[in-house]
Structure formats: structure tokens, C-alpha cells
Write a protein that binds this ligand. Structure first.
Ligand code: GDD
Ligand code: MN
Length: 364
């Protein structure tokens, strides 16, 4: 069978020492694996070390190699999208320029796409994957970040390495205009906004950087939080929860004033907050859910299931508070506060698993 045409996309910033040898290696790997139709697109953000010039010099001898020089825009994720928009092939592979992503893995990623995957992710954490030369702390931090991302973003659970920067996609299966590429995490952005993609994984060992140093700095954290606002229901869910507390207290105060009945006032406050939270989750938190036909669960059922989630959350709050106060003699208000956090977690998980289970962007 003849090999498909592929585009390799490499975002760069100050990779003058790595890019030449990397391009040679990629061409060698592709040719020796029988790929005759390919292009390598380097997307460079005007590196002061002249990375783009090195690429262009190579491109004069080998027209399959090109450099797109960006002077207005910046950032890894948007560089990848620029690469996608300029790609001539339907299959596009993204990788780093510093040899941390071994070029030998490229044919395996392409093969996974040929075999039917929409996206093939090179994973450090699947069976057979790994990292080279990381300290225990670095490994732990990466693991924690990966788990955190999976809690926040449902679609990230389809892969063991949602923070990977090495993957292949079939471009016709994704909507480039719908991506908001901020920061580093372009894979996460693609996965979250396309919940139906067929994912395959290819394990690999993440190598040490050959030359220069990582550009991944502290801003990845703030960038990630900003990205989470878009692609995870969690921040909106939290905000709505906080508004529910206000609704609860106001209603209780009002009913108490009108009737003088404490139990009635308290229960009315709780119910009012459940109803207002529900309305806000439907119109705000999970707004996109309704753009696509999810599982066809009716509104009445959703309301009922949301009551169940809220009830479970209240019971959790109470039990946690009771345990902390009784067993650890904790301050009751602190105990209640920790109880509320646990109750929130239960409410969130039940909501995304049983009420609006297709996440922020709808299911398949
Ligand atoms: N065009 C462009 N613009 N390229 C950039 C920019 C930018 O602002 N910042 C970084 N790059 C390029 C680098 O030159 C390199 O080729 C690639 O993007 C990855 O950057 P590194 O600085 O080497 O990132 P890293 O090694 O710390 O992080 C890698 O591993 C992470 C997982 O541990 C990346 O692949 C991340 O995406 C990945 O999450
Ligand atoms: Mn790197």
C-alpha cells in the first residue's frame, strides 16, 4: 500500500542548535520508512538566534522543508494552529524541536491514523512509555498535573498523556476556527473541543533536551487557568455554586421574615438554591451541551438527577463535618467548611457524570 502524504509541524523559539540536525533526522526517518510525499513546516516566532534562517537555508536544497516566520503573533499553541492552516496534507504531526520527541516515533503515529484514529498521541505514561533523566519531584509534579487535568476536563480522560506535545491528527476531523490557542496546551484544546475524536496512543520515552533550555515557564500556570475557563465546566460550576449560597441565604431570610418558620425557611432556601443553580448550569455552565444531541435526557430527568446530586452533596457535607468534629475535635466551622469542599466535589462529579454527562461541548 502506498504511504499517505504527511505534514510535520515544528513550533520553534530559539532552537538554532537543534533544528538542523532534527530536520536531517526527520527526513531520514520518513524516507527510510517509505514516505515520499511529505513536508516539514517550522513555525518560528522570530527567534533572535536565527532559527528560521537555518531552516530556509535547508529549504533551498530541499523544497519539502519550509519556515513560516511569525512576527505579529506569539505562543506555542497558536504556532501549531498556523502550521495546521498551512499544511498541505490531511495528516499532520506536531513535535518539539529539541529532540525530546524522538523522530523514530513519527511513523508509528502516522500508522495509527491510517488505521482509523483521528488523533494519535505519543504518550509518556502509557505502557512502554517513560521519561529520561527526570528527578522524582519533576515526575511527581507532571503526574499531579496530569491527574488534575483529567479531573477538570472529561475529554482528557481518553488518553494517558493529555499534556503531551507530540501527536498526529487527521485535520479534516477538527474545526481549526473553533480553537482558541492560548499557551502551551494545544492537545488539550483539541481534545476538549472535539469530544468524539477517536484516540490512539503510541508509547515513547521523552528524552533530555539536546541543547538550549525549556521555554515552559511560570506563565504556563496562569495560561492553563485561563484555558480551563473555556474548556472545563469546573470554574463556572464553582461560580454558580457560590451564587447558590447567596440565593439560599436570601430565600431563607425572606421566608423566615414572612412566616417565622425556621425549618420551612431553611428547606426553602436549599430548594431555591438548587433550582437557581440548575437554571444557571443549563444556560451557562453547560451551555454548549445543548448544541449537540447528547444522550437525549429530558429536562425533567436532569432536574431530578440534579436534586439527587445536590442531596448527596448536602449529606456529604454533614457527614464530613460530623466525622471531623467528633473524631478529630476540629473546630465546627472549619469542619463544616471542609465538608462543603467535599460536598462540592461530590456535586460536581455527580453532575458531570449523571446530569450533564457530555461535558461542556456536548457528546457524540
Ligand atoms: N513558535 C513558538 N512560539 N514555538 C515555541 C514557543 C513560542 O512561543 N515556545 C516554545 N516553543 C517551541 C520550542 O522551541 C520547542 O520546539 C517546543 O515549542 C517545546 O518547547 P519547550 O520549551 O522545549 O517545552 P518543554 O520541553 O518544557 O515542554 C514540552 O513538554 C511538555 C510535557 O512535559 C512541550 O512539548 C509541552 O507541550 C509539553 O506539555
Ligand atoms: Mn522541550
Amino acid at each position: 500500500m502506498s504511504k499517505p502524504s504527511v505534514s510535520i509541524i515544528i513550533p520553534t523559539y530559539n532552537e538554532a542548535e537543534n533544528i538542523g540536525p532534527l530536520l536531517d533526522k526527520i527526513v531520514e526517518v520518513l524516507e527510510s520508512n517509505g514516505y515520499s510525499s511529505f513536508e516539514v513546516i517550522v513555525v518560528d516566532d522570530n527567534s533572535p538566534d536565527g532559527t528560521c534562517n537555518i531552516v530556509r537555508a535547508k529549504g533551498e536544497r530541499d523544497p519539502r522543508i519550509k519556515c513560516i516566520l511569525r512576527t505579529q503573533e506569539k505562543g506555542l499553541s497558536s504556532a501549531v494552529v498556523t502550521g495546521y492552516k498551512n499544511a498541505k496534507s490531511d495528516i499532520a504531526v506536531v513535535m518539539d524541536a529539541d529532540f525530546q520527541h524522538p523522530p523514530e516515533v513519527i511513523p508509528k503515529l502516522i500508522k495509527a491514523i491510517e488505521e482509523g484514529a483521528d488523533i494519535a498521541i505519543a504518550t509518556r505514561y502509557g505502557k512502554g512509555g517513560g521519561v529520561e533523566g527526570w528527578s522524582r519531584i519533576r515526575l511527581l509534579m507532571s503526574r499531579v498535573a496530569t491527574i488534575g487535568v483529567k479531573i477538570l476536563i472529561r475529554e482528557a480522560r481518553n488518553t494517558s498523556d493529555p499534556l503531551s506535545g507530540f501527536f498526529a491528527v487527521r485535520l479534516s476531523t477538527i474545526n481549526l476556527e473553533g480553537l482558541k490557542p492560548k499557551g502551551f496546551k494545544i492537545l488539550l484544546e483539541i481534545l476538549a473541543r472535539h469530544p468524539c475524536l477517536k484516540v490512539k496512543e503510541v508509547p515513547y520515552v521523552f528524552k533530555k533536551r539536546r541543547s538550549g533550555e525549556s521555554k515552559l515557564g511560570f506563565s504556563v500556570i496562569t495560561d492553563f487557568l485561563m484555558q480551563s475557563w473555556e474548556i472545563s465546566p469546573m470554574p463556572r460550576f464553582l461560580l454558580v455554586g457560590a451564587s447558590g449560597v447567596l440565593v439560599n441565604l436570601l430565600t431563607m431570610w425572606l421566608i423566615l421574615k414572612l412566616t417565622g418558620l425556621l425549618d420551612l425557611a431553611s428547606i426553602a432556601g436549599i430548594e431555591a438554591s438548587i433550582l437557581s443553580n440548575f437554571a444557571l448550569h443549563e444556560t451557562f455552565t453547560f451551555r454548549h451541551y445543548f448544541k449537540r444531541d447528547c444522550l437525549g435526557r429530558g429536562a425533567v430527568k436532569r432536574l431530578l438527577y440534579y436534586h439527587r446530586a445536590s442531596l448527596a452533596s448536602i449529606i456529604t457535607t454533614y457527614i464530613v463535618m460530623r466525622l471531623l468534629v467528633t473524631l478529630l475535635s476540629m473546630n465546627p466551622v472549619l469542619g463544616q467548611f471542609i465538608g462543603i469542599l467535599m460536598g462540592f466535589a461530590v456535586n460536581y462529579l455527580l453532575s458531570v457524570e449523571t446530569v450533564w454527562e457530555c461535558g461542556r461541548y456536548g457528546g457524540c
